[in-house]
Design a binder for this molecule. Structure first.
Ligand SMILES: *Cc1c(COP(=O)(O)O)cnc(C)c1O
Length: 503
């Protein structure tokens, strides 16, 4: 506790406009330089665990430090520990696409830094969110029933997981109210359905909202059925639960699953949900972006039959983290489950029910002005620019897929729906094994191929296990990825696979 004899900093003004201008320009230059040099960095960070905790000072600095010194340390200590998701050689997971429009929107929203929990707390934050959600609704040709002009509406959440939690709570409260009486008894009987391809965060959301994990049915899918959720399997599972006295609550369909980008048939599945009075949600976290192009919109056919729909702008829509757009068909389902009305926030606009108070559509009270970022992105690129962005990556994925198909050393394991290709080394690639090697041997070789490609630092991809088969997922969607990067990847795949097969 020696700090009591430190001189005070009489001159500090953390929001001096001229100092802001000077320092912010330095940071803008720093980021621009980062993007100019991005291909020089290993795509996946190669540091060892604890690298930073070992080198950083053990306690916070007492005195202010100049931005120049801090930026030097970003270069020296932080960048080596970054996995460069914006690198054109990044093909891992799903993309997290950035853009100038998004960066500038982020600056503006942080510049104002309002906390728009209700309309009055910043009318522009709420109303711009309603505007961009209506724009996106039209772009995706979502049904009018999801619009603010009928009983629905849209909200920006931080993540798909939050959208799962909020729609599950809405469904839970609706169901518990229907059953009235014994809440805890009914709660224990509620069942949630999904497929074994559904994103794992649905299970987390079920844990959060108090669904018995033994009542979460993960229905098995098959490669021969392109990993779609089978209407018959769903019906059978629900019927068997109903016979056992359980209560179907919620079912999640996915358009663009995480392992393979499979798309569930919404039209027929939503009919089943209605028949059993379940809440149906569509998770199109990754693939929703593609559906702004008319040639992909058919993947959403049937969405008019579900209760809610969400997709992540922060994956493939040139928008930085974190923006998950959620629409519901009946906004009162959400607000009945999530609203609070503390004395502290009482105001005329809210009392007369003339406004949307987004605090009642989400988990937290406080919220960022994310609509500013989305508005900037859409205006900066226009619908045509956004569609071109999607189509460019789809075209590159088709190109990469064609190269694989033409080479009998490889197998494209599942059909490509969007801009991700799943492949493995074919069991027939080893000339020494006439009848083809086993899946295990192919798995081992494919895994070794992925590790050697990633080890180069020039590219980065991730994998999935599907029906016992190890596949390399090539997710094309980084904003800077061009044909030359995909061709480089192909040359590398060729080089590394010959090395492996020669061993
Ligand atoms: C990425 C992904 C998620 C998780 O999204 P978060 O916004 O990170 O929670 C959920 N579902 C699918 C299909 C995804 O691809």
């Amino acid at each position: 506790m020696g700090s009591h004899n430190i001189e005070p900093l009489n001159m500090m003004n953390p929001l001096d406009p001229e100092e802001f201008r000077r320092q912010a320009h330095l940071v803008v230059d720093f980021i621009a330089d980062y993007y100019s040099n991005i291909e020089q960095y290993p795509v996946c960070s190669q540091v060892e665990p604890g690298y930073l905790t070992k080198t950083m000072p053990k306690s916070a600095p007492l005195r202010p430090e100049p931005i120049e010194t801090i930026l030097q340390d970003v270069n020296k200590h932080i960048i080596p520990g970054i996995t460069h998701w914006q690198s054109p050689g990044f093909f891992g997971y799903f993309p997290s696409s950035a853009s100038t429009g998004s960066f500038l929107g982020e600056m503006l929203l942080t510049g104002f830094n309002p906390v728009g929990f209700n309309w009055l707390a910043s009318p522009a934050a709420t109303e711009l969110e309603m505007v961009v959600m209506e724009w996106l609704l039209k772009l995706l040709q979502l049904p009018e029933s999801f619009s603010f002009s009928s009983d629905g509406g849209g909200v920006i959440h931080g993540s798909t997981c939050e959208s799962f939690v909020c729609t599950l709570v809405a469904a839970r409260e609706k169901k518990l109210n229907q059953f009235g009486t014994n809440r805890s008894d009914t709660l224990g009987k509620l069942v949630v359905y999904c497929s074994d391809q559904t994103h794992f965060s649905l299970q987390k959301a079920c844990q959060i909202v108090g669904i018995n994990l033994s009542n979460v049915r993960s229905i098995k899918t098959k490669m021969s059925m392109n990993f779609q959720l089978s209407p018959d399997a769903l019906t059978m599972a629900v019927e068997s639960d109903v016979r056992a006295g359980l209560i179907p609550l919620y079912v999640c369909f996915t358009v663009g699953t995480t392992p393979t980008t499979a798309a569930d048939p919404l039209l027929i599945l939503s009919e089943i949900a209605k028949r059993f009075d379940m809440w149906a949600h569509v998770d199109a976290a990754y693939a929703g972006s593609a559906c702004i192009c008319p040639e992909f919109r058919h993947f959403l056919d049937g969405v008019e039959g579900v209760n809610s729909f969400s997709f992540n702008l922060h994956k493939w829509f040139l928008t930085t983290q974190q923006c998950c757009c959620l629409w519901v068909k009946d906004r009162t389902d959400l607000t009945k489950a999530l609203s609070t009305n503390p004395e502290l926030l009482k105001n005329k606009a809210s009392d007369t029910n003339k406004v949307v108070d987004y605090k009642d559509w989400q988990i937290a009270l406080g919220r960022r002005f994310r609509a500013m970022k989305i508005w900037m992105v859409i205006r900066s690129y226009g619908v045509i620019g956004l569609q071109e962005h999607i189509r460019k990556h789809v075209k590159l994925a088709k190109h990469f897929e064609a190269l694989l198909v033409a080479d009998n050393k490889f197998e494209v394991v599942v059909p490509r729906n969007f801009a991700m290709v799943c492949f493995r080394i074919s069991p027939f690639a080893l000339a020494t094994v006439a009848n083809g090697c086993s899946d295990e041997e192919s798995n081992r070789l494919t895994q070794a191929l992925l590790e050697s490609l990633n080890g180069s630092g020039l590219v980065y991809m991730t994998h999935a296990m599907i029906e016992g088969i190890y596949v390399i997922r090539v997710a094309i969607g980084a904003t800077l990825t061009d044909e030359k990067h995909v061709n480089m990847l192909w040359d590398m795949v060729q080089g590394h696979v010959s090395g492996l097969l020669a061993k």
